[in-house]
Design a protein around this ligand. Sequence first.
Ligand code: NDP
Length: 336
Amino acid sequence: NRRVVLAERPKGAPDDKTLRLEESAMPKAGKGEMLLRTVYLSLDPYMRGRMNDTKSYATPVEIGGVMTGQVVAEVVTSDVDGFAVGDMVLHGSGWQDYAVSDGKEVINLGANPDNPSWYLGILGMPGYTAHAGLLNIGEPKKGETVVVAAASGPVGATVGQIAKIKGCRVVGVAGGAEKCAHVVDTLGFDACIDHRADDFAAQLKAACPDGIDVYFENVGGKVLYAVLPLLNAFARMPVCGVVSWYNLPGLPDGPDMGPAIMGTILRMKVKVQGFIIFDSFGPEHHKAFIADMKSWLADGQVTYKEQVVDGLEAAPAALNDLLVGKSFGKMVVKVG
Ligand code: NDP
């Protein structure tokens, strides 16, 4: 049984000393338990936060502990009611080949689910994040302008496609020409701006002639600073993530942006609300998400892109890529 553990807490970007692949004894399922074999492991930006020993909504991974992560796994043996050998399940068993579970907090996807890895993305946590955060906090209205960065990733791509369904003008922000072309041509956004362009702020302004009504915050940094002067009165800002800052070892150099951020929120009466998908919304929101998303996928109103990386041993480098924009689409690791 191979597993990836946190070897040391990174200062700044994780490096090859941060995570360690090791062999451990094969776990044994006892009475009332089942043995799960990981098939797909999800890689997500929040994993960088779990490496830090700081106050957060979740406890950090301990040194020597298995890295946190959601997986799609196959039931190998089962003494748990409702789970049969061969069923595919969704579970938080982390970065390892095998795990034992008593069935608590495990979702059974059945014996042969279509596209099982999608339950880590468009039909899972990132898709739900986009749906619940945009519709309940962003409250987009027909004709309004919605801006979202990391626009080719699982959250941003879904936010933008839902905003199009709701009749908005949608402007994405992404890193590089290939991602921007995908965002406009395949996902159907009205425009997509490359945040690496020297005149990024000017391009964003030109793409938002009526200002910005909803800024779905995924990245922070210079995208946030370019958005601030474009926000309309009573704009809404669901704060979902600030991935451009996750690798910072401390506060960044440069001018104090506090006055610009807080001054804009005050003058433009911006609603800013952070949320964590695990506990910010009720079961009725999840039900609405599943119903909407299944129908939008079926009729082609939403499309989904994955990047599948092969092998547990490739996961540490793949997570580093994800954090700096070298991934393209939802990153999953094919473990077994
Ligand atoms: P992605 O797969 O889209 O990966 C992150 C992307 O962020 C990169 O691909 C890159 O895209 C972009 N990025 C990285 N650095 C920068 C930078 N300096 N400036 C601009 N963009 C940058 O991630 P997800 O879709 O899974 O997640 C998106 C955000 O949502 C993250 O902040 C994540 O933490 C957050 N999140 C929050 C949840 C919650 O409950 N609040 C739940 C799930 C996700 P590009 O190359 O296009 O720049």
